[in-house]
Write a protein that binds this ligand. Sequence first.
Ligand SMILES: Cc1cc2nc3c(=O)[nH]c(=O)nc-3n(C[C@H](O)[C@H](O)[C@H](O)COP(=O)(O)O)c2cc1C
Length: 575
Amino acid sequence: MTLPILPRCKTPSGAAYVERGSGEPLLLLHGVGMRAQAWQPQLEALSSAARVIALDLPGHGASNALSGTPDLRNFVSWFAGVVDELALDRFSLIGHSMGALIAAGYAVTYPERLTRLALFNAVYKRDHAARCAVQARAAEILRGHFDRNAPLSRWFAPNEQESPAYQSVQQFLHAVDKSGYAAAYQAFAEGDSVYADDFAHITCPALFLTGADDQNSTPQMATQMAKATPQGRAIIINGHRHMVNLTAPLQVNGILLDWLKASCENNNMSTVFDARALRDAFGAFLTGVTVVTSTDQQGKPLGFTANSFSSVSLEPPLLSVCLAKTASSYPVFSQTTHFAVNILGEEQKALSNTFARPSEDRFAGVNWQLSENGSPILKDTAAWFDCSVYQRIEAGDHLLLLGEVKAFNNSGKTGLGYARGAYFTPAQTENRLLEHTLGSTQIALVAERDGQLLLLPDNKNGWQLPALVKTQMQTAQQLPQRFAEHLGVAVQMGLLYSLYDDTQSGQQHIVYRANLGQGAVNNGKWFAINNLPLTAINSSAERDILKRYTQESRLGNFGIYLGDQHQGQVHTVTA
Ligand SMILES: Cc1cc2nc3c(=O)[nH]c(=O)nc-3n(C[C@H](O)[C@H](O)[C@H](O)COP(=O)(O)O)c2cc1C
């Protein structure tokens, strides 16, 4: 098997490198057993934004072997020498695995030389078991036992063996010089702690990226490094292991292009915020929950849970959702022509969790069918929108997808809510409340249609809200049907509006907002909302309810009254 060698340049001391593009310098350092070509996808993609220089580590590819002892500090000195040979003043630096250890060592020793730093799949303060395992491997290699296939099973998932990334890495490992590999591995085995306590010296913005399934350079390590670095940020790529720059090139390149684009002043600004605190503050905004779906090129369905949904435009009909670039479905959504947004109903919490957690097949056991546009539509949702991609906008670490609605359905069910990291179910909560109330409870409606309210005659020549008593129904689910029979038109129940005790009669009153369907009603009269016969409403509690409704409907912002017939408080719906 021959391995095509990319044309190399060499520094006077014999360090080989591949160079692409022009502009601000960006240096790339590969891991043990690899070579400059292990950055192939980045060499191509990043050369549009920078002068990219990928080095062969000492004793790897076409670089001379390291002179001196094979420890990490010596590798860092080698790299510092190469930087000087290349006459680079300031530059950005990315290292992968062993290359990341060298890059970290350089960053803490020469912080003033770096514009940006990115460490991929780096090890940091290994625990006892991981340390013993890597030291045992290093000792084996020193004794001359170098199993060129062993790293592959750690670096790749079993189902990736046919992938081009696996094949390339296998070729690199088979071509590497044994003594070059052994020297780098010795330094690698000890290298997780050499500079680990000095990350506070790294002054430039620093990115710590790894695969969620990398067992040795773990997400936890990436997070710890980010915390230890003044401007550190961790990014975890779901569904990937150690060779993340090769197995997730689209995601990684997207992240790196943004990283290169952002000026360092901007980076300073953005890292002023603690990401967790910012996310928590965003979480104060109450949302619904959607599952966004599409299909890959083989027609396999895929999807993710999203609460970033927003309606955007009526003409043309547009909506938007945001997808993290680290999501495993990002490569598909960054290219697909179509997607669907399924707005989950209150009973669909489990679906939300299914589509937010890693799984081989999120659609297993889910009831769905393909839309005309070719996207999966989930069953029994509150609503769905079948879309063509209208526009894709790169937005920081997310992709903003604008969809043009081609078809939609609205079941009338109340949607599942989400706020501050927890689900809420407004209609179910109200129903439960209703089911626990006494049998004599009166349930009334503020029943609206086209800007008018329906009022029924009372027996004192006045008007009252349409009402039933709880004994007339078995469960809360029967409310719309019972009211429809009572009023003669379809009834779509809205949210709770008022809950009060009549302290004189001992009766409880529950008032809902409702929308009435078209057609003639059995009884009563329609009144314009801003012209209600308030003086002819004999119940003072109902009079107050209607006054409040008139005011609140102007703003479209309804509260809930809790109290008795004389006094109480209006709460916001979110309370
Ligand atoms: C309620 C909720 C809302 C979410 N909203 C979004 C969102 O708007 N955009 C996004 O990228 N991820 C969102 N997520 C996270 C993704 O659903 C989750 O990270 C993703 O499905 C993981 O995909 P992967 O394992 O395929 O990478 C949300 C998760 C939950 C539970």
